[in-house]
Design a protein around this ligand. Structure first.
Ligand code: UD1
Length: 370
């Protein structure tokens, strides 16, 4: 059995890491294709290095572009590359343009598709990620859901028969890295001289927050008037959009900082007073590290963080400022994202399907040698 992971954007490298390690441990042949959606070293190379991810067998180098151009370029490049590698299955992760293009390329070549992080929904069809995840789920053969809620979404769309709840693979890598860095001082406390618990970490990169200058201005103004330092980890998209619209990010209490490596980010969050973000992954990471989160979006895919009181969804302005100053939520023992062993279950599903294949021609791996 040969499994190929298709990845291209920062959060996918994090999800890939535990899966690559688990498949290696389970002696499943595994290769990686990097689409090149993210190409800056701080968004790509450092993740391969720090999370010990094997080098890709192919780098498609597609780079940036409009959604259609980027998705089309990845699809075309994979169409030429996948057949040469003879995979029995591809794995796609999450909801980026690389995810959808990977699923479409495989579907058109009659290669089986497994979707890690299947079933998340924001129910906001203006988000490019929502369209990517819906289409990917419906194209995929094996839906590896991180939570009960995600599995229920899939069931409501008629996809229950292809769904398995494995837990959240980001939780696997987070727990591992947290244990590694928990006794280290935060890079932010060392570099900027802030005592633990006195600063917030902020990230803003989504199209709905960066592409409308009034909204972006309002988010920056709200962060600038918090009553403690805010370290804004600036994604290239935020830098590009603020530069184009002449919006200064270094305002009030904001300190603009380049993105952190994954271990540094986890350490910085562990020592932070709160997190302000529009990232999906960071909301969950803050929850799992016991740090209150404020999310600048109208909805979230990780509803459990809100239901358990650790995440507030806010509009920019007074709501955002009040949310960051709210009292610390009640501690919870709930574990909605699994036990940190999701990636092993991903591999077990492949092994199970390979065993089924020995009895049924129409199983998940129809072309694989028994
Ligand atoms: C993508 C994902 C988003 C994910 C995010 C994580 C889609 C639709 N969105 O958004 O779900 O949360 O990755 O970061 O796939 N750029 C660089 N260097 C890079 C990459 C991008 O400068 O290495 C700049 C370019 O100006 C580019 C812009 O950032 O146009 C946006 O990058 P893109 O990959 O299109 O989307 P993200 O905003 O990163």
């Amino acid at each position: 059995m040969h499994v190929i992971s298709i990845v291209g954007a920062r959060p996918q490298f994090v999800k890939l890491s535990p899966v690559a390690h688990a498949l290696e441990h389970q002696q499943i042949k595994h290769s990686i294709i990097h689409t090149g959606q993210h190409y800056d070293s701080l968004l790509s190379d450092v993740f391969f290095r720090d999370l010990d991810i094997p080098a890709p067998v192919a780098h498609l180098g597609v780079g940036s572009g409009s959604h259609g151009v980027q998705t089309g370029a990845i699809l075309a490049a994979l169409d030429g590359k996948l057949p040469d590698l003879h995979p029995d299955c591809v794995i796609v992760f999450g909801d980026t343009n690389s995810t959808l293009a990977g699923a479409l390329a495989a579907a058109k070549l009659h290669i089986r598709i497994a979707h890690v992080e299947a079933g998340l929904r924001s129910y906001n069809r203006f988000m490019p990620e929502e369209i990517n995840r819906i289409l990917t789920d419906h194209a995929a053969d094996l839906l590896l859901a991180p939570t009960q809620t995600a599995a229920e979404h899939l069931a409501s769309e008629g996809l229950a028969a292809r769904t398995v709840i494995v837990g959240d693979v980001m939780t696997d890598v987070l727990f591992e890295v947290r244990n590694m860095v928990s006794c280290h001082p935060s890079p932010i406390t060392l570099e900027l001289g802030f005592a633990p618990g006195t600063y917030s970490i902020a990230t803003i990169h989504r199209a709905e927050n960066t592409d409308n200058p009034e909204r972006l201005n309002s988010i920056i103004d709200s962060l600038a008037r918090l009553d403690h330092p805010v370290v804004l980890l600036a994604h290239p998209r935020l830098l590009a959009k603020s530069h184009d619209k002449n919006i200064s990010l270094s305002k009030g209490v904001i300190i603009v900082h380049s993105p952190l490596t994954y271990p540094d980010l986890i350490c910085a969050i562990l020592n932070a007073r709160s997190v302000v973000t529009d990232s999906g992954g960071l909301q969950k990471e803050a929850f799992l590290l016991g740090v209150p989160c404020t999310t600048v979006r109208a909805e979230t895919e990780w509803v459990e963080t809100v239901d358990l009181g650790w995440n507030d969804l806010v509009e920019p302005g007074d709501d955002l400022v009040a949310s960051v100053s709210r009292p610390r939520p009640l501690a919870t023992t709930a574990r909605p994202y699994g036990d940190g062993h999701a990636a092993i279950r991903v591999g077990q599903e492949f092994l199970r399907h390979q065993a089924v294949r020995r009895c049924h021609q129409d199983a998940f791996f129809p072309n694989s040698a028994p």
